[in-house]
Ligand binder design. Structure first.
Ligand SMILES: [Zn+2]
Length: 373
């Protein structure tokens, strides 16, 4: 598993570099072909190609489908390896994308190998979808993910586990971004300031209003994290804008929050506001993971370890599938630390454990649909 992880990590694959993601995608596709999967390369113009691998290990006709989700892209530019090489130290594998989430891709391959070697035959069709643009919002893959999820009884997501004990992720916040643009009017700050409308002042007032939309108890956060505006100190600012991060725990809170944000009115006379964006990823609500998590816990117990669950603020492609009402369990990938940082790493010992857990879930004969809404 470590050897394959090394090959995967050395094929750098930043979301923004199509050629690089495609090269890595072909490497992954080749591994699936070697295992007898029917592999399709889903060509994309702007971003990297997505890879779909379909496998049926059972007898006769498949009884349903399980979708396994992961992404090929990372947040590290090509060349990062030079200062952050793939290496093994202290029982961990280090390097860009080891944790998020090339270890997840390795785990899936070895889960299938384990089923084969043990002569175990899942009765469902297994579809593995490896997308190229998760780290930049999944714009090109969302429709494909949703189409596949609608035909599936369950979705297993190989994003990194949470924390050192490898917690699974059973709930995630919904995530969005809003851009608030203020249009004012330029004037000389000394000669005729009264003819101007200061867009920076207006934006400051609006940001103060946005702050009041925070509701930590309900899990609603609104954070203006990027602001820009104005040109020179002696010119009344004509334009200013804020980029705002939105997060919600409950799907039901989205319409009201979006309505409140869209209905902002200018405070200063003559200012004009423009609002774009909203919640892009709906929340992954815990009830969609309940049955699958129970199953995973039971499998882990039989394998001799304890498995816990986490609720996290960050989104993944599991948010899309859970929002469709398809049972979704996330965080089944590597156990490690330092995602998106210079010390990203995975625990080597946990790799085989996670592959065994995934194999057990793929084998599950139980009804997975129809959890209480
Ligand atoms: Zn990821």
């Amino acid at each position: 598993m470590v050897r394959l992880l090394g090959r995967f990590v050395r094929a750098e694959s930043p979301s923004t570099d199509k050629a690089a993601v495609d090269r890595f995608g072909h490497l992954v596709a080749a591994e699936w072909r070697r295992r007898g999967a029917r592999v399709q390369i889903l060509r994309q113009r702007a971003c990297g190609d997505h890879v779909r691998a379909e496998l049926f290990l059972g007898h006769g006709r498949p009884r349903g489908q399980i979708l396994v989700l992961g992404h090929l892209d990372t947040v590290y530019d090509v060349g990062t390896l030079a200062r952050m090489p793939f290496r093994i130290a202290r029982g961990r594998a280090w390097g860009p994308g080891t944790f998020d989430m090339k270890s997840g891709l390795v785990i899936a391959l070895f889960a299938v190998d384990a089923l084969r070697r043990a002569g175990l035959r899942p009765s469902r069709r297994l579809v593995f979808l490896w997308t190229s643009d998760e780290e930049i919002g999944s714009e090109s893959s969302r429709a494909i993910i949703e189409r596949e999820a609608r035909q599936s009884d369950a979705v297993l997501v190989l994003e990194p586990a949470d924390g050192p004990r490898g917690n699974l992720k059973t709930a995630r916040k919904g995530v969005g971004e809003v851009v608030l643009v203020v249009h004012g009017r330029a004037a000389h700050a000394g000669l005729n300031p009264e003819d101007g409308v200061n867009a920076v002042h207006e934006l400051a007032l609006q940001v103060a209003r946005l702050m009041r939309l925070n509701n930590p108890r309900r899990g609603i956060t609104v954070n203006a994290n990027v602001i820009e505006g104005g040109t020179r100190t002696n010119v009344i600012a004509e334009r200013a804008q804020a980029r705002v991060d939105l997060r919600v725990t409950r799907k039901a809170d989205i319409p009201k929050l979006e309505r409140l944000i869209r209905s902002v009115r200018p405070v200063l006379k003559g200012a004009r506001l423009e609002v774009r964006g909203g919640i892009g990823r709906p929340p992954m609500e815990q009830r969609m993971a309940r049955a699958l998590f129970q199953r995973a816990k039971e499998l882990a117990r039989r394998m001799g370890f304890e498995l816990r669950e986490s609720f996290v603020g960050g989104g993944s492609d599991g948010n899309f599938t859970a929002a469709l009402g398809v049972p979704t369990l996330d965080g089944l990938g590597g156990v490690g630390a330092g995602a998106h940082s210079s010390h990203e790493n995975v625990v080597i010992r946990a790799l085989s454990e996670r592959a065994a857990l995934l194999a057990g879930l793929l084998l599950s004969e139980r009804r997975l649909r129809g959890v209480a809404k």
